[in-house]
Design a binder for this molecule. Sequence first.
Ligand code: 5GP
Ligand code: MG
Ligand code: MG
Length: 188
Amino acid sequence: MYEGDIASVLLTEDEIQARVKELAVEIASRYPVGSPQGDLLLVGVLKGAIFFMTDLSRALPIPTQMEFMAVSSYGSSTSSSGVVRILKDLDKDIAGRNVLIVEDIIDSGLTLSWLMRNLSSRDPASLQVVTLLRKPDAVRTDVEVSMIGFDIPNEFVVGYGLDYAERYRDLPYIGTLDPKVYEGDGGM
Ligand code: 5GP
Ligand code: MG
Ligand code: MG
């Protein structure tokens, strides 16, 4: 698939799956079963977090429920501006629930910072974040990320949900793109 487009593999399928299982153990230890807040509510951020969300939820040894939100942050396809628009909101009220945001990647942290403020205002019992990937710039944000899968270098990555112009999400691993893919499309 995508012959010649991937310059290097950063995280193999096995590495990702092993880390997802570790994160599931960590998450389960933080949320006791049978709490008055009910089942843990996973809030997946579309579309990048879909594979992480489905793998994580199945690896978790505690009951969870799922909600999805889609947001678009204005900016180019490779960086965000922090100005966020809701494309798809949650279907259910999260007041009084234990909410865990499931994110694909934190780069500037602007998207997540906005999302935290937005979801906090809906009065959840608790609000934490798990992200599969974190880039170096994320240290500059005010957002406290509870759990992180991998710290990665400041490179644009695709695969396991992450896209470039909607392509490559279906790769089971995470890799960097060959520069020839960007060439000639003006930063799109
Ligand atoms: P932030 O607001 O933290 O700068 O950006 C977060 C969003 O930017 C991510 O949810 C993702 O959509 C996009 N993004 C940031 N870095 C990458 C990357 O390396 N690869 C891909 N495919 N998307 C990225
Ligand atoms: Mg995201
Ligand atoms: Mg994208």
